[in-house]
Design a protein around this ligand. Structure first.
Ligand code: BGC
Length: 251
């Protein structure tokens, strides 16, 4: 018999597609997550095959909300950008594609927006009113802007133009790796990036997510900002938890 879950979250990333049922009271997985490698050519159809396997793996009743992240701007279920995913996604009605295949409604959201919601409700920014900006430092830079707990979706501030460059090409974790930057050199780039963000938004709190947030104690102390800046807490669970929450409770 199917168990009664609050919601299911699925996080589509560059290397893995991960999903788990989520307990929305605790902000935690209700079962161990399942991870399947992202197909080499991550077209919408190929990704949809994997999403279907993830949903089938968990015995989730029809009617249980399903939230799915994509690393792109999404408006009304339609993917609008493709900075670090296959360009075939642009213009794809992902909500319709997944709903058709899965035979159930799904809620498709930007990956950083999902992480921001998770951190705001269950993690590093829990209960934090005012303006909270979450950034994910990974292959790209994702951003989520929350005002008194409400998400302003698709901010895409990783693509701010700074000194003639798309910011994520200079300050994302992938830029650090690609250019072999030491922590101090990379911190200088982060300094430039977060200074620009705080000059434009005057946030009350920055939350720094992405895989590299595990090593936040090495680079956050090197930054000199007027805004409080803290590492994310939910690590690689944030996308799944936030997608599930957005699907169940909306913004
Ligand atoms: C994309 C964003 C995404 C971020 C993190 C950026 O390149 O434009 O939509 O949130 O990468 O995956």
């Amino acid at each position: 018999m199917s168990k009664k879950y609050d919601a299911l979250g699925i996080d589509i990333g560059g290397s893995g597609i991960k999903g788990a049922p989520v307990d929305l009271t605790k902000g935690a997985f209700a079962e161990d997550r399942l991870r399947i490698a992202t197909p080499e050519r991550s077209t919408p159809e190929a990704v949809c095959d994997v999403v279907e396997q993830v949903v089938d793996h968990f015995d989730v009743k029809k009617g249980v909300p399903v939230g799915i992240t994509v690393p792109a701007a999404v408006t009304h279920g339609v993917v609008r950008t493709a900075a670090n995913i296959d360009s075939a996604w642009i213009g794809t009605d992902a909500a319709a594609l997944f709903a058709d295949r899965l035979g159930r409604e799904v809620h498709v959201v930007n990956d950083a927006d999902a992480a921001g919601v998770a951190e705001r409700y269950y993690g590093a920014a829990k209960g934090h009113d005012g303006v909270v900006v979450l950034t994910t430092l990974g292959t790209g830079i994702g951003t989520a802007l929350l005002v008194d707990g409400h998400l302003v979706p698709n901010t895409e501030l990783g693509h701010l133009e700074i000194d003639g460059h798309d910011a994520e090409t200079r300050a994302a974790d992938s830029a650090r790796e690609r250019e072999g930057l030491g922590v101090e050199e990379w911190a200088q780039r982060l300094q430039t990036y977060y200074s620009r963000l705080e000059a434009l938004l005057w946030p009350d709190l920055f939350v720094v997510g992405g895989g590299v947030s595990k090593r936040a104690s090495e680079f956050l102390p090197l930054l000199d900002l007027r805004t409080e800046i803290v590492p994310a807490r939910l690590k690689n669970k944030a996308g799944i938890i936030g997608a599930a929450r957005l699907a169940a409770k909306g913004n």
